[in-house]
Design a protein around this ligand. Structure first.
Ligand code: AMP
Length: 580
């Protein structure tokens, strides 16, 4: 007789492994999946499509992520981190209360919250994601993004560059004719330009250029600086004051996308400061930022060997493309109206969803292929004889030129520079500077060579760059046949498997604020912010309402809490309406 279970008593939940698309944005993040032949956005626990990429630590040590954390950016700037995508791949540390986080860890918390929301919404387990990254992200930044995915419990085999995702969202791959497009993506913290070519049903990014430090935040900062100067506040501001003004600056900037004039009211301590802003003033203070937009556009066109008139379309993406001045700028520059039918906040994630489907070999898209480019030149350093008979060192030798379509593999042959040289040291760099050491060093390899007269011993250096932006370097001595191979790992920022494991455990031990209580936490955070924004009697009113709401929360009666939350939320909506 066999031991067995009474199968009829066991309930099986069919767990479908889903692959999702994720836009891990500087300001906001989104998640999507491909269903019924199209990419669809999955709403978060608050029924919102956007989850702010913000993490905050509560006074009790719990972690909150998203909108509730964003509210605390204003009231608790020292316990809250935002825009950490800008520092992906660096050693920057964020100290929030008793915790210290890296940008990778903070990103992983955002990804984890997106994953949890999607699992609740779909009722399915999500194991894998295609995550978008700015086209300009270098090796370290791409690797850091993958690591953030891993720490969030996601398998990330494929990254997609953001402009490529936008092109997919617009369905360029479904177009019948061959054509060339430019994607102009101005987000919160990054600016990406890419020239995309559709030929024979293959979508190919011809060239990318951009600026990792140009985006909506620069416009916010310009307004902040203007306000501070206008109100003579230069010498009276601490970090909190700055962050209060910047938050208002962003709100006024967005308002001026639909109105011609807007008041900027800021309460600092017991004082109310007011300035009127107009589109004309914005035009003036944004001028230096507009100048910075031109160069990446020209470089991408130049690299793709195109002019503005060769393009079939220009597509706008990124939240900052909602600014009328950006549309005017693009229309003037390209002498045509840009494509902007998809909400600029959503184009990337919708495209990432399409890429996820491509990866899953979903039948709807099985015939399509896409390619990508290497965003930076990859090379090594060499020495050369100068005309005075001595050796000039530190000369950059490109091996894979920027904007080469990937995957790709290139080889260069180098010779011994001095007699009886016994070893060759190959340094691997990424960048465009002619002085090798001014570029980003990714790693190095040593290979022994037999002692021979100068120029008589040779090695082949092969760089292979894969679709995920990972670089394999292979060095072969043609004299001995010996080969050394390395996947480039930057020891400074790359975690070992043990470190990843430790990091995983540390993050798992963090107490994430219960998601079902998030809604109420958000209301309290919002009330806290509004309290700081208002003065006098309004403050007393907000205070009273907050105390009442907290008292109901203490009762732990779900029905009462739900009713009180509705009322408190309506009250906050009403007073927020007064403010803006
Ligand atoms: P993204 O990184 O693509 O999510 O873009 C976020 C940026 O878009 C932020 O800097 C926002 O302030 C900006 N943004 C969103 N909506 C508007 C708007 N209506 N007008 C101007 N900027 C906006």
């Amino acid at each position: 007789m066999f031991m067995g279970f009474a199968l009829s008593n066991v309930f099986y939940k069919v767990i479908i492994m889903n692959i999702v698309g994720i836009d891990l944005g500087t300001t906001n993040s989104l998640i999507s999946y491909f269903k019924d032949g199209k990419s669809q956005i999955i709403k978060n626990v608050h029924n919102e499509r956007l989850t702010p990429s913000v993490v905050s630590v509560l006074e009790n040590g719990e972690i909150i992520i998203g909108q509730a954390a964003k509210e605390r950016l204003y009231t608790h700037p020292h316990l809250t981190a935002a825009a950490f995508k800008r520092f992906m791949g660096t050693k920057k540390k964020y100290t929030l209360g008793k915790y210290t986080f890296t940008p990778v860890e903070l990103s992983s918390l955002v990804l984890k919250s997106l994953k949890a929301d999607a699992e609740v919404a779909l009722g399915e387990c999500i194991e894998e994601a295609v995550i978008s990254v700015p086209a300009y992200f270098n090796e370290q930044q791409r690797r850091a993004t993958k690591q953030a995915g891993e720490l969030a419990g996601l398998r990330v085999e494929r990254l997609i560059s953001e402009p490529t995702a936008v092109a997919l969202a617009y369905g360029l791959h479904e177009n019948n004719g061959d054509c060339q497009f430019l994607v102009f993506d101005l987000g919160g913290g990054t600016f990406d330009v890419s020239v995309v070519d559709l030929f024979d049903n293959i979508l190919e990014v011809k060239a990318v250029a951009g600026d990792n430090f140009l985006g909506g935040e620069d416009f916010d900062q310009a307004i902040t600086d203007y306000f501070i100067q206008n109100q003579q506040l230069q010498n009276y501001l601490d970090a909190k004051g700055q962050s209060i003004i910047k938050e208002k600056a962003e709100a006024v900037k967005c308002k001026l996308s639909s109105c011609k004039t807007a008041e900027m009211n800021v309460v600092l301590g017991d004082m109310l400061y007011t300035t009127t802003l107009t589109r004309t003033i914005l035009k003036e203070i944004f001028e230096p930022i507009f100048l910075r937009l031109r160069q990446p556009i020209m470089r991408a066109l130049h690299d793709a060997k195109l002019t503005t008139t060769d393009l079939s379309h220009v597509i706008l993406a990124g939240g900052s493309s909602r600014m009328p001045s950006i549309r005017t700028y693009v229309t003037r520059m390209f002498e045509r109206l840009p494509m902007d039918s998809i909400d600029p906040d959503e184009a990337i994630v919708l495209g990432a969803g399409v890429a996820a489907a491509l990866k899953e070999r979903n039948q709807d898209l099985s015939e399509r292929r896409m390619t990508d480019v290497c965003p930076y030149t990859l090379g090594t350093d060499i020495v050369e004889d100068n005309q005075f008979g001595s050796l000039q060192t530190n000369i950059y030798q490109p091996i894979i030129e920027r904007n080469t379509v990937i995957p790709c593999s290139r080889v260069v042959r180098l010779y011994n520079a001095v007699d009886n040289q016994r070893k060759m040291n190959i340094k691997i760099y990424q960048g465009e500077n002619r002085q090798a050491d001014q570029n980003l060093k990714l790693g190095e390899l040593n290979i022994n060579i037999p002692p021979k007269p100068k120029w008589q011993s040779s090695v082949d250096i092969r760089y292979t760059y894969d679709v995920n932006g990972l670089l394999e370097v292979e060095v072969t001595s043609l004299d001995t046949g010996q080969t050394k191979r390395q996947i480039i790992v930057n020891s400074e920022n790359q975690l070992t498997p043990e470190e990843i494991n430790a990091c995983f455990k540390r993050l798992a031990s963090l107490k994430i604020h219960p998601r079902e209580k998030d809604e109420n936490r958000l209301l309290l955070a919002r009330a806290g912010r509004l309290y700081e924004e208002f003065l006098g009697e309004m403050r007393t009113i907000i205070d009273r309402q907050t105390i009442l709401f907290e008292a109901v929360l203490d009762k732990q009666d779900l029905f009462l809490i739900e009713e009180a939350a509705k009322e408190f939320s309506a009250f906050l909506d009403e007073i927020e309406g007064v403010m803006y």
